[in-house]
Design a protein around this ligand. Structure first.
Ligand SMILES: Cc1ncc(COP(=O)(O)O)c(C=O)c1O
Length: 478
């Protein structure tokens, strides 16, 4: 008999987490409450945890029930073919890059792309052409790229093979994506839309879903906004010439979780049956939330009109909150967490909450009450004003070594304060959103270090730091 007293730090933390009374304003969209559509799975994790048995098909060579489930997904999403992803949207983006490029091909990509895209470019040995990203001068968050900057990049890079667009950003901001896709298509460029945060757009009316412009590939994170299990996502293909299946087979597990795939099937069926009502419900709830939260003294609830070009729409299910007195977003999020309100993300000024299909007027009223209590007690920061940002951090990356070549170098850890002038050896990314502040091969500038130190000082979580106190940066030994 075993002694049953070994430690289980992760399991115990998860169980304890559930015991706390919390208001989940974060991903995954089911928020642990997805009773309706996940009922067939809940409580049956062991019974449904199968592998490629007779009658259960094979994700790497689907011809049976997985193929049928993927066909249903494709039909709902209005694309030619759908692929289930068991390693999040990340693996879909990487497969899309692998399938659409040959080594050395140029890829147009906005600098606010998720870190998985950098990894995809490295794996594919592609050459990124980073597109400058407009940055909000007040809220200091990325807004997106303009049609003008894409036009310039296309003109300057006539051999570009693929272009990637982020629709929407983590904050739910959407630019003129359909126009951008059409511009790239006209130039014979393969188009990939990272719609990780926008699978629900098809049911909301505004922003427009990426499917409108029929890009070659769309990648959607169904776990983020639709209600399937964490890590489940979908790749949607319109350009049948791209070898997506073989790219995915190189990257996905040969033992994909049937629980994840079944959760996609169940969630898709739910939206297929109820999507119109769910979209309407989300719209009504988001208006209710905006009205409630914007009444709170000392709190700002940002809407589309708060953001300049190139923003053309805002996902109403992302609630963007800020303190009127300029308290840092990280401080506001921490104060809310002490009240049991768990946000999805915080940055310099903004705290991002995710409204999902399991929310209700009751959950929004509870959020508003907690915000009211918290905001009253907040320490004042410096009032928010238009900053004269000397330049835009994400436009500033100076690439010294291409992604695919960085692995040829040894690594050296250097204290953050001494790293200016060195070349980054790892992805340094505030998380969320997972947008690299530095990626391997990029020059570490004093300005980037200033931004990094501001995030660390503010209490932001940063991935990629090394050393026992996490105050070193990985660099390339050159
Ligand atoms: C814009 C964007 N794209 C891609 C991803 C990767 O998604 P996943 O976590 O499903 O792999 C994320 C994750 O946060 C993201 O924010």
């Amino acid at each position: 008999m075993g002694k049953a007293n070994s430690k289980k730090p992760l399991l115990e933390a998860l169980i304890n987490h559930n015991k706390q009374r919390q208001q989940p304003w974060h991903i995954p969209a089911h928020k642990g409450l997805g009773k309706n559509w996940l009922n067939p799975i809940e409580g049956k994790t062991l019974a449904l945890d199968k592998t490629e048995l007779l009658g259960l098909d094979d994700l790497h060579d689907p011809h049976g029930v997985i193929a049928a489930a993927q066909r249903e997904m494709a039909s709902l999403c209005g694309c030619q073919q759908a692929y289930f992803l068991v390693n999040g949207a990340s693996v879909g983006l990487q497969a899309a890059i692998l399938a659409s490029t040959k080594p050395g091909d140029k890829v147009l990509v906005p600098r606010n792309a998720h870190k998985s895209i950098w990894a995809g470019l490295a794996l594919a040995q592609a050459e990124p052409v980073w597109l400058p990203v407009n940055y909000d001068p007040v809220w200091q968050i990325p807004l997106g790229i303009t049609e003008e900057s894409l036009a310039q990049a296309i003109a300057a890079n006539p051999t570009a093979k693929t272009a990637i667009f982020v629709h929407p950003t983590y904050h739910g901001l959407a630019g003129p994506t359909n126009n951008l896709v059409n511009m790239a298509k006209k130039a014979n460029i393969t188009t990939i839309v990272d719609e990780s945060h926008g699978a629900h757009f098809a049911f909301m009316g505004d922003p427009n879903p990426a499917a409108f412009s029929q890009p070659s590939i769309i990648v959607q994170g169904w776990h983020k906004t639709m209600g399937s299990l964490t890590q489940s996502a979908v790749l949607l293909q319109n350009d049948q010439t791209l070898p997506i299946q073989s790219a995915l087979n190189m990257l996905q597990s040969s033992s994909p979780s049937y629980l994840l795939m079944a959760s996609l099937d169940a969630t898709r069926a739910y939206w297929q049956d109820e999507g119109k009502e769910l979209g309407q419900k989300l719209l009504v709830l988001s208006q209710f939330a905006e009205a409630k939260l914007s009444q709170i003294d000392g709190l700002i609830c940002l809407t589309k009109k708060d953001f300049p070009t190139p923003v053309v729409a805002k996902d109403q299910t992302r609630l963007l909150l800020a303190s009127q007195t300029g308290t840092k977003g990280w401080v506001l999020a921490e104060a809310l967490a002490k009240e049991g309100v768990i946000a999805e993300m915080a940055d310099n000024y903004i705290v991002t909450m995710v409204l999902s299909l399991v929310d209700s007027q009751k959950s929004i009223e509870a959020l508003a009450k907690s915000c009211q209590r918290v905001v009253k007690k907040l320490p004042a920061g410096s009032p928010i004003a238009k900053q004269q940002l000397q330049s835009l951090p994400w436009s500033l990356s100076v690439v010294k070594i291409l992604p695919a070549q960085t692995r040829a170098y040894e690594l050296a850890a250097i204290p953050i304060n001494e790293a200016a002038g060195k070349i980054a050896g790892g992805i340094i990314a505030p998380y969320p959103p997972g947008i690299p502040l530095l990626a391997p091969g990029e020059l570490i500038t004093p300005y980037i270090l200033e931004i990094l130190k501001n995030i660390i000082k503010g209490g932001g979580k940063v991935q990629g730091l090394v050393g026992p106190k996490r105050d070193f940066l990985p660099t390339l030994k050159i």
